[in-house]
Write a protein that binds this ligand. Structure first.
Ligand code: IMP
Length: 429
């Protein structure tokens, strides 16, 4: 049975967690392929709210096996805590339903310190990272000096590798005038986490390909979003991994013919956390209405960092580009309920950049920074959508909005969400 890839079509936080939760119900395996605990998925089931950073939300389905793929960077201390928190909430997490790739790279306390130091050095030009050590861990990976999860299997080799890495990190921190890591504490905590995680470590490329050959349904769960991709995003205001479709193949060790469905997820408007261009960004009252107050977990405040998200109108130029580089076979649009009450909705269909009309995403952040959106106005709706479950019950203006977006992106939209609960999805018949 071929695999499905699930990808954020914007700057992350598109509501992929809840879409993954829906698709996981028909999956045997849910595998993450990129990023680390910079991601944050919130899934509401009944009166319980689960916040996940590393473990795919598929863990909430009893028959699903979850995988942290080789393309990820995993903080062992944070992963141990996440597993223990889920277990405390009554969710079983065992080596039978969670596997960690022996080829995934590890995030150490050194990487976290280097992330903070790098952001401090950049000053006003900072990326606005999640400070989870993601960039430094991927730099060590591509610089061929990282530590892989498989090294945790041998406690002595792991402790030695960690010590050498932390000493080298302290040299760098010292050179730049930052406080060093306390080696003994950092090593002790990491060694404890390594012992806890040891039974979960496997060659997941082998297990995923075996599952695919036996007909298992594999869902590849993307983190972040297309415009945070190190190649296709607004470089340098990106993360250091490949959250796009190609990243799923290298990040899990499977071939392209294994995939027959690529599901993009986009919010009905745009949000972004951290620095970088966002052509349709709004401020003032309109942005506040989209953002919410922060009292509800679905309001626009980061799951990982609680930073208020920047909010704006839906940007079809970037969405079209995302559909192209990922090859979306369908698009799921989330948070339609938040748009209730706007008399008119704007969607950006092109940009003015330095006097020219541009219909695609420019390669430099500077050009995108100067882009002035060209908007098309669509009628809004006032109805509360949160209780609607049938497509035909959606107000005409909602269906008009969806159909116009689908036509402009060139990808079918068959599913939308009208609230954070598991059942608040509406499917086109
Ligand atoms: P890093 O991944 O922590 O290095 O952060 C790089 C950029 O990606 C920053 O702008 C972050 O705000 C953004 N980012 C990273 N992970 C997420 C996510 O899961 N959702 C939204 N933005 C993210």
């Amino acid at each position: 049975m071929p695999a499905t890839i699930l990808i954020g079509a914007q700057w992350g936080d598109e509501g992929k967690g809840r879409v993954a939760d829906w698709l996981a119900a028909d999956s045997d395996v849910v595998a993450r392929y990129a990023g680390g605990d910079n991601a944050g998925h919130t899934v509401a089931v009944g009166d319980k709210v689960y916040k996940l950073h590393l473990i795919p939300s598929g863990i909430l389905h009893s028959r699903v096996t979850c995988v942290l793929g080789n393309g990820m960077v995993v903080n062992p201390i944070h992963l141990m805590r996440e597993i223990c928190d889920l277990q405390a909430q009554g969710v079983p997490v065992t080596p039978q339903n969670l596997q960690i790739s022996s080829r995934a790279h590890l995030i150490t306390p050194g990487h976290i310190a280097l992330d903070a130091a790098s952001e401090a050095k950049r000053g006003a030009g900072k990326i606005g990272t999640t400070l989870r050590g993601i960039g430094p861990a991927y730099m060590d990976k591509t610089g061929r000096s990282g530590i892989r999860a498989g090294q945790m299997v041998d406690p002595e080799e792991f402790a030695e590798a960690l010590q050498a890495h932390l000493e080298a990190t302290n040299d760098k921190l010292h050179r730049d005038g930052f406080a060093p890591i306390v080696l003994e504490a950092a090593i002790a905590e990491s060694v404890e986490a390594a012992a806890f995680l040891r039974p979960f470590i496997r060659d997941t490329s082998l297990t995923i390909n075996e599952w695919l050959h036996t007909g298992a349904r594999v869902l590849c769960e993307g983190a972040q979003g297309t415009f945070l991709d190190v190649d296709h995003g607004d470089y340098p205001f990106v993360t250091s991994s490949s959250p796009t479709a190609g990243g799923a193949l290298t990040g899990l060790g499977m071939g392209p013919l294994s995939v027959d469905r690529v599901v993009g997820v986009a919010k009905a408007y745009s949000t972004r956390v951290g620095s970088g261009p966002m052509p349709t960004e709004l401020d003032g009252e309109l942005a506040d209405r989209l953002r919410g107050t922060g009292k509800n977990f679905w309001d626009e405040f980061g799951t990982t960092t609680r930073r208020p998200r920047r909010c704006g109108w839906l940007d079809l130029v970037t969405l079209r580009y995302a559909a192209m580089v990922n090859g979306f076979t369908e698009l799921v649009v989330t948070k339609l309920d938040i748009l209730s009450g706007f008399e008119t909705l704007q969607i950006a269909t092109a940009y003015h950049i330095r006097g020219e009309v541009v219909e695609t995403v420019p390669a430099t952040a500077t050009a995108l920074e100067s882009a002035k959106p060209i908007y098309e106005a669509l009628p809004g709706w006032s109805e509360d959508l949160s209780r609607i479950r049938r497509w035909d019950d959606l107000p005409g203006a909602v269906r008009g909005y969806i159909d116009r977006v689908s036509a402009l992106v060139g990808v079918p939209i068959r599913t939308i969400s009208v609230g954070p609960e598991r059942e608040q999805l509406v499917h086109r018949p």
